[in-house]
Design a protein around this ligand. Structure first.
Ligand SMILES: [Zn+2]
Length: 398
């Protein structure tokens, strides 16, 4: 504890801790880069008031943990506005991909841009994440599709970490250019290089009909596990090919999308430690009708997190407040469940819950302050950004 750097946020109407107790009325938080004390203002030890270099009155406001976005495709160059409009006219994602559009356009744009140009471009997105209250994100590679370009994306991801938000890197086996088997074998070799250079914490595979099917996914997971990577899968977004069974077998930290899962899959997930990461913005923006069964997952005892799936093709949003809105209105989650899913559960989905995701002593001083006096306004005052302040490791960003 550095006495000179102690700050206090005092007298918040509510602190939604994502821990126990869930809500503190008339609460205060003492912090430097980490949380030193949190509780009712009437219990605030007077020594902190004497030591503090700054005391901010937040009466009438609500404090939440900074949002943790557990699923983004952060690093790329260019946009897919043309494809977005084609989809609005009735073309579907897999069809656009068959036509050589979709991801292949982003791969080309990203390959042709320098590292510096991409970084400058991505920093604008990071600013948007902060403006809507996100202080930690996971970021996947996957727009390189060859070793040199995947490494370029992972290097950028690592270089952007802590500037100023926390970024957790994932190597995503996303797609292939022409020969799938050849690419799988290349990936298996490349995993060793990525591990040696410590460029990624997770390995993720797009396990989907027509992309990487069960046997290819198994080969990649097998090698990744042996090398000590933590595992994730994109699965059951469009078709059910058995990705949940495979993911649970490999003790994946998270399985993401899950629109097409069966009751049997839910039963497997409920008995596992795997977090279900649901991405309702993607379904909404693709104008699909089949959303993941959030209610059933939660009622069956599964752990549910939510994320933006920020990417240039199917979900071009950095706004976790929008994800919370859709999760409550469309996925039938309760408001407190949706906040837990975007803070502590999403921190678990990226193995960061020791540091972020809840307001507890010793965790990073990552929190956000809203200009309303009841956390439920977050959904009730729909699609309005009432965010007033953002703190990351105790430093005010907004
Ligand atoms: Zn994704």
């Amino acid at each position: 504890m550095d006495n000179k750097k102690i700050k206090i946020l005092r007298k918040a109407k509510q602190i939604f801790t994502s821990s126990n107790p869930l809500i503190i009325e008339n609460g205060s938080i003492v912090f430097d880069d980490k949380i030193i004390w949190v509780g009712k203002d009437s219990d605030l030890p007077s020594e902190y008031l004497k030591l503090a270099s700054k005391i901010i009155d937040v009466s009438g406001k609500v404090i939440l943990p900074g949002f943790v976005d557990p699923h983004t495709h952060l690093v790329f160059y260019g946009n897919r506005i043309v494809e977005f409009e084609l989809r609005l006219r009735g073309f579907d994602y897999l069809k656009i991909r068959e036509m050589g559009g979709g991801i292949l356009k982003t791969v080309k744009d990203t390959k042709n841009a320098t590292k510096e140009k991409i970084k400058k471009y991505v920093k604008k997105f990071i600013k948007k994440f902060i403006e809507y209250g996100t202080t930690t994100i996971e970021a996947k590679s996957g727009y390189g599709l060859d070793l040199e370009n995947e490494i370029k994306i992972l290097e950028i991801t690592n270089e952007l970490n802590d500037k100023p938000i926390t970024i957790v890197p994932t190597f995503l086996v996303h797609d292939f250019i022409d020969d799938r088997e050849k690419y799988v074998n290349e990936v298996i070799k490349n995993l060793e290089i990525i591990k040696q250079r410590n460029l990624a914490k997770f390995v993720d595979v797009f396990c989907e009909k027509g992309v990487f099917e069960i046997e290819q996914t198994r080969k990649i997971l097998d090698k990744a596990k042996k090398l000590g990577f933590l595992l994730k899968l994109h699965t059951d977004e469009f078709y059910n090919i058995g990705g949940v069974k495979l993911g649970v077998e490999f003790n994946a930290i998270s399985l993401d999308h899950l629109n097409e899962i069966t009751d049997n899959d839910i039963s497997l997930l409920s008995k596992s430690k795997t977090i279900c990461v649901l991405l309702p913005c993607t379904t909404f923006l693709l104008r699909k009708n089949k959303y993941p069964p959030a209610r059933k997952l939660i009622d069956s005892g599964c752990k549910v997190a939510i994320g933006t799936d920020f990417n240039p093709g199917t979900s071009f949003t950095q706004n976790m407040q929008f994800v919370i809105l859709l999760s409550v209105i469309i996925l039938n989650m309760k408001i407190d469940e949706a906040i837990l899913a975007s803070t502590i559960n999403s921190a678990k989905a990226i193995d960061m819950d020791k540091f972020v995701g809840s307001l507890e002593i010793g965790k990073f001083a990552d929190f956000i302050v809203f200009d309303f006096d009841d956390y439920r306004y977050l959904v009730y005052n729909s699609a309005i950004n009432n965010l007033k302040m953002v703190f990351k490791k105790g430093k005010r960003l907004l």
